[in-house]
Ligand binder design. Sequence first.
Ligand code: GLU
Length: 476
Amino acid sequence: MCGIVSYIGERKALPILLEGLSRLEYRGYDSAGIFICSSQENQLLKVAGKVKALQNAFDMQPDIQAEIGIGHSRWATHGQPNKINAHPHVSNNGQLVMVHNGIIENYEVLKSVLMSKGYTFKSDTDTEVLVNLIEDFQKEKEIPLEDAVPAALRQVVGAYGIVLFDQKEPDTLISARLGSPLVIGVGENEFFVTSDAAPFIEYTKEAVYLKEYELAIIQKNHPLKIRNIQNELSVDPYIEKLQWSLENIQKGGYDHFMLKEIYEQPNALRNTLRGRIDTKNSAVQINGVSAFEDKFISAKRIIIVGCGTSWHAGLVGEYLIELLARLPVEVEYASEFRYRNPIIDQNDIVIPISQSGETADTLAAIKIAREKGAFIFGISNVVGASIPGETDSGIYSHAGPEVGVASTKSFTTQVGVLMLLAIKIAQLKNRISPSESFALISELEEIPNLLQDFLENSASIKPIAEAYHEVSNCLY
Ligand code: GLU
């Protein structure tokens, strides 16, 4: 998840981008960047950290007149949250500038093909691969950008919401989406392309929500053009009149962030599973396990450590791993584990779980496990946090940022990761047959849809909640 804000029109772009990014910060906040284009000069500025740091960086130059620009606040999925990996990313010929929200699953294959053609990469992101793939189509096929973008996107497996700027065509933005949201605010001689409507609500209430596989060509003083990426047919833009207030929009129309995050569970789990299951071949692909298969095959025991919600997810993990992989699992509170001189050796795998990747007790537990020679496999949601840096290997849950204090989608995705891990270990240890694997993976793949159906038909829960919300405990 991340925040995208872009503008093309007759106002000064920079304040709109900076304010817009800070309104979208709940979507991602580990690094940020802006590209702006004016007749005098183009400028790209990126920072590690929050949008405030980007604001400070621009404070030095208050009078930037540019009327076109693209901005991004990142929630890293590929590569550390640092300045180099921050968006926008620029293609090898220096012409294309792009921001992206999502995950390009097949980026490694695409990257090696591009490298064999001489492309070089500065960042570790999947995004930089995509912007160069577009450049490659543009150059090789000698086609205009608006044709190169869909051609490149047809090669992509994964999710994207992108906004692209070609320095050779400074009056145009190109945007496309699949799986990540994008909305176009349509004003008088101006357009905004953003992750949700919060950045433009005070300028216009007219909005076109891009649908899956749609590509928009957005030009100053021209009507908006939309095409389908798969069949290239044009689509008539459907303009909606927004009724929402700013606060409403930031919470996606929900009364509370927690409620919003409950409803984000189906997509969060889809992101957890994306690229990691191959139902046809009954396969689970976890890169962090592939390099260490021997460790998982020979381990005598798994010890899961975590605090609060992560500890509870660990309890579910214990059931799953013991049931499927027949490997003994213990689940410990990190805060107790660190103080009680636990018996661990090099035959153990310690799995620290932490949403933030920064939980102090869990970090301390990792240190002890390392001293005692265990192999450490981390589960975290935040790319580049301390825990992923302290472990031997691991996996990200890709839940996106969680604002609500009570954990919802983080827990769901942690359990999703543990299910993947349980199946993978069971397969490595030959504890389940291919047909059992197939059944488990097919059912796992269905869970996001089941969650979605359940949440869409959740009206029947309300009276139950009303009846019982004040009870202090329940037994079931
Ligand atoms: N996959 C991209 C990255 O890691 C985009 C992440 C996002 O949606 O913020 O940079």
